[in-house]
Design a protein around this ligand. Structure first.
Ligand SMILES: Nc1ncnc2c1ncn2[C@@H]1O[C@H](COP(=O)(O)OP(=O)(O)OP(=O)(O)O)[C@@H](O)[C@H]1O
Length: 265
């Protein structure tokens, strides 16, 4: 269970990206975070595993308060949170298998980590997961030889091999064509079901959120502007979420209208 209480993020620039956001996510729910460009979706996802440090508020994962952990404690607890990125974050010159096994780096000792040597059971599991995500046989291919959809599958496999308690996906489909986006969403939802873990997805495409997720969170100017099921996301709710007109996803067409590059923390 993920519990977020009164999360607030004010960047050094003074930008208030999150303002008093509280949500709960449980079971194997697929939760999408939607909202206009700059609404704080990415900041929200990244504050959960503290890739971005929240300014105030609390995040609990299965009773552990993530927000109060020391850096060392956080390193261990991050193993419980698989992260999937828009631009995949693979090491391009490494093989598919090496990239997937990097999801186990947090579990091996320092020396093994430097040597990148992993227990046989991790390697066996990585093969199984690669098969599961449809990349069986490509273990020795270099990441830079893969298509976008294949890269995202490696990113998903790397997150799954961590045996996480939750998966966080920051715009996992934004760099993919529509057909591949559907495949990736289907894979994420199937894995959540099989592993019995929740998945939190920052997603621009409202049609994908409606089709694949159980629970929708709308953010507008850093505040929670909607929370409900896909059926509850009616025209009025969409207007509320996208009311400030900054949307890069038009609620009528669900088509991207403007692209803002991602800023790092
Ligand atoms: N590193 C940063 N430094 C300062 N301000 C930032 C930083 N990252 C994000 N912001 C600001 O915080 C607000 C929320 O940004 P965030 O990227 O979380 O929104 P988003 O909803 O994910 O947007 P998009 O859909 O365009 O990716 C924006 O006003 C943005 O300019």
């Amino acid at each position: 269970m993920l519990t977020v209480n009164n999360l607030e993020k004010v960047y050094d620039t003074g930008d208030r990206a999150l303002d008093d956001v509280s949500v709960e996510v449980s079971g194997n729910e697929i939760v999408s975070i939607i909202g206009p460009s700059g609404a704080g979706k990415s900041t929200f996802i990244r504050c959960i595993n503290r890739l971005t440090e929240p300014t105030s508020g609390e995040v609990y994962l299965d009773g552990t308060e993530i927000t109060s952990l020391s850096k060392n404690e956080l390193r261990n607890t991050r193993r419980d949170m698989g992260m999937i990125f828009q631009e995949y974050n693979l090491v391009e010159r490494l093989t598919v298998m090496e990239n997937v096994l990097s999801g186990r780096l947090g579990y091996v000792g320092n020396l093994s980590s430097i040597r990148r040597s992993f227990p046989q059971k991790d390697i066996t599991e990585a093969y199984q997961i690669l098969d599961r995500v449809g990349l069986g046989g490509l273990e020795n291919n270099r990441a830079d030889a893969l298509s976008g959809g294949q890269r995202q599958r490696v990113g998903i496999a790397r997150a799954v091999v961590q045996r996480p308690k939750i998966m966080l996906a920051d715009e996992p489909t934004s760099s993919l064509d529509p057909e591949t986006s559907h495949e990736v969403m289907e894979l994420l939802t199937d894995i959540a079901d099989e592993r019995d873990i929740p998945v939190l997805i920052n997603i621009h495409e409202v049609d994908l959120a409606l089709e694949y997720t159980d629970h929708i969170i709308g953010l507008t100017n850093g505040s929670l502007s909607f929370e409900g099921t896909p059926a509850e996301l009616d025209e009025e709710a969409r207007d509320t979420i996208y009311r400030d007109g900054k949307s890069r996803t038009s609620p009528e067409t669900d088509q991207p209208t403007e692209v803002t590059p991602h800023e790092s923390t």
